[in-house]
Design a protein around this ligand. Structure first.
Ligand code: ZN
Length: 256
């Protein structure tokens, strides 16, 4: 029952969150939800893209274009993450903190998939907001037992450095645009969320997912290395995987 409620609440919260993220992406003020193509305000029954798709109203009433699937990914992604968190860990203070911490991640997934942008207006406030709570109460990892104040900042530093090295290498090997400054900031945020030492698992999972995904896209000839796919969504999936399954992942990766 509680996971179902968490799922529905996630869908409800995701609608304005995705809307705000898109407004930040396009540097527009967040007014009423609009069709991304013709800018006509959408009727309330289409504010949730998930609901619009489920009820067969996925096309903009004005221009007839289907609503963006990226919005659907953000809404369902947040809802599923919240449901799984509630299912696995119940509603403890730390699992609720984890639910809040993944909100900016799914907002960024939408903008990164839509236009390869990780808006500063989303990631910078997220970084500011997460820093102090992790110093005071440790990383928002459900089921975490025992923590030190430096785990969050050290995790953020490691995430930042690892992604910065990768971005610099990518720039040398592939050229402009392989990985951006947004990915580096996102990795720092993800490092705050899971903290040290789980950030190492996060990086491993992310690189495995990113490598596999990139290879599959290359094999499908959907583009070259440079245009393969934004890296942000892999970081988001890696973070969610570590938050939910860090116990199992630690066992698989490091034994014990
Ligand atoms: Zn339209």
């Amino acid at each position: 029952m509680i996971p179902l409620l968490a799922f529905l609440l996630g869908l409800l919260v995701a609608v304005p969150a995705v809307h705000l993220a898109e407004a930040a992406m396009t540097h527009r003020r967040a007014g009423k939800p609009r069709c991304p193509y013709c800018r006509t305000p959408l009727p309330p029954r289409q504010w949730s893209t998930t609901l619009a798709y489920l009820t067969g109203q996925r096309r903009c009433p004005a221009c007839g274009k289907p609503l963006r699937l990226q919005r659907l990914v953000g809404e369902v992604g947040l809802a599923v993450t919240w449901a799984l968190t509630a299912h696995r860990f119940g509603l403890t203070p730390r699992s609720i903190a984890a639910m809040l911490a993944v909100l900016p991640l799914w907002m960024i997934t939408v903008t990164d998939l839509e236009s390869r942008l990780i808006p500063n207006r989303v990631i910078l406030p997220a970084l500011v907001l997460i820093a102090l709570p992790t110093l005071l109460w440790g990383p928002p990892v459900p089921g975490l037992e025992g923590w030190r104040w430096w785990q969050g900042p050290v995790g953020a530093l490691l995430g930042f450095v690892a992604m910065w090295v990768l971005a610099t290498l990518g720039q040398l090997l592939v050229g402009e645009g392989a990985l951006g400054a947004g990915d580096v900031k996102l990795a720092a945020y993800a490092g705050f969320v899971v903290g040290y030492p789980l950030v190492i698992e996060l990086l491993i999972v992310t690189f495995v997912l990113g490598g596999t995904g990139g290879l599959l896209l290359l094999l499908a000839r959907r583009g070259n290395l440079r245009s393969a796919m934004p890296y942000g969504p892999y970081l988001v999936l890696g973070t969610v995987a570590v938050l939910l399954y860090h116990v199992e992942l630690t066992r698989w990766l490091f034994g014990g």
